[in-house]
Design a protein around this ligand. Sequence first.
Ligand SMILES: [Zn+2]
Length: 247
Amino acid sequence: MYIDPDTLSPTRKLDAARTLFVVSPHLDDAVFGCAALLAARPGARVCTVFAGTPPNRQDTEWDRAAGFADSTLAMRGRYREDDRALDVCSAKPVRLGFLDGQYGPLPETPTLADALYDALLAQKRSKHADDTTLVVPLGVHHPDHVRVGEAWTTLLRAGRVASCIVYEDAIHRAARGVVEKRLAELDKAGLRLTALDATWCPERLSARALDIKRRGIVAYDSQLRAFGERVPADLAKPERFWRVERI
Ligand SMILES: [Zn+2]
């Protein structure tokens, strides 16, 4: 079953009392993809997956384009940017130690799924209640994003997580056909997809939320430099969300 995201209305609103636990592949994706939602629900935890620093300094093309001489300086600089951006969004960081794909092999899907599950459980325990909403990236185009997508899909299919909210990966969503392909894949995996419209969380469309998003995005100046000119166009496009549930 494939549900056209442009035609469906949601049946449930986002509960204002719940804390969001937002998974971000890299140090910028949650803000790029759903900062207006973060702004609408202050106090969210943003769990960045590929936040590890390689033990030996590496020199990559991407880090050089971002203005860093090596991987240690890059991760240090990116933590600072992320701290600033999350502060603007009134969110708090949680960081896992997996290495970005540019620095080494990606973790296997089950390993990553276990780590995400543990981080989510730790968050639920710290709140002393089951009042956390899991928010994840769709997981398209970039191999690191795709692996994160595989990990949360595994958790849902195994019944370890009953449902989550999915946000569209800003920038990577612009690659032709990738979003449609991924939605079809989730449908084939036996998960129920519901596109969410404005009534699901109207606060995220307020002038205040959109202003916070603009300020959050510019905090990642090194990454914006590395992406170059083609980035701003997609970052200005609306955030899109789906609810995904195990049937
Ligand atoms: Zn990313």
